[in-house]
Design a protein around this ligand. Structure first.
Ligand code: SAM
Length: 231
């Protein structure tokens, strides 16, 4: 996978070189948007048409940057609190792409004509406002890259984790079996694989019902078995 990220703060993206990301099968390039400015101050923003507070990112440097970086068929993503919510399903779809380009906004955001001209997808991390798109790109990249083949040591861990099949993951425990008078549930130490699987399924359902009833309501009934329904 090829990934290009354009930002006025390229150093913000340095953590992408760390840990798993450094070993992932991704050809990553981080670009400084100011490379595509031509004035002495390397200006990327201006006052908003119609008035109001803050500054808006000008379309010209973005146009030059994107003309230079986008390949035919590349997917352009623009982080924005007004975008479509980023989900695990979206991460799976993006992990299938050959070339992703992220355009990081700052100030009041990027001139809307840029988004429309390049038919960009605006993506939101959640219902809150960040200073800029860089942190949003770090989050999206982690979610996407860990889905790429060969990145996780044990790919089966992807299958039962939260949001893989519309449920939250079951609680997890490790040794010791007793810690400060809190015991690991006995079923997990029983050695009975059938009982463990059923307990985990029950816990995932109960946890999802308690914490995220919206996820439970959206579950495809065809994925439920009789014991799920009885629960
Ligand atoms: N004026 C914009 C609004 O109210 O929708 C917010 C601009 S915000 C201060 C600057 C940049 O941060 C945005 O252009 C976007 O790139 C990024 N950003 C802020 N919140 C975000 C979120 N929840 N998800 C994704 N990106 C976000």
């Amino acid at each position: 996978m090829r990934v290009d990220i354009i930002s006025i703060f390229p150093d913000y993206l340095a953590p992408l070189d760390l840990s798993l990301m450094g070993k992932a099968p991704v050809a990553l390039t981080v670009h400084d948007l100011r490379t595509w400015t031509s004035d002495v101050h390397r200006t990327v923003d201006d006052t908003p048409y119609g008035g109001g507070p803050g500054m808006v990112m000008r379309p010209e440097p973005w146009g030059l940057a994107l003309d230079s970086v986008l390949s035919p068929g590349a997917r352009l993503l623009v982080p924005s609190p007004a975008g479509a919510p980023f989900t695990q399903k979206m991460a799976h779809a993006l992990a299938e792409e050959e070339h992703l380009v992220f355009a990081c906004g700052r100030y009041e955001g990027i001139d809307q004509r840029v988004i429309e001209h390049y038919a960009a997808t605006e993506v939101s991390l959640g219902d809150y406002v960040l200073f800029g798109g860089e942190v949003a790109v770090l989050v999206m990249m982690e979610a996407i890259v860990r889905l790429l083949p060969g990145v996780l040591g044990n790919a089966s861990s992807l299958d039962d984790e939260s949001h893989a099949h519309g449920l939250l993951e079951t609680p997890v425990y490790t040794k010791p079996a007793s810690w400060r008078e809190h015991e690991v549930p006995a079923v997990l130490r029983s050695g009975d694989h059938g009982k463990v699987a059923r307990w985990r399924r029950d816990q995932a359902l109960l946890r999802t019902a308690a914490r995220r009833p919206d996820l439970l309501a959206a579950l495809d009934p065809a994925t439920l078995d009789k014991r799920d329904i009885a629960l």
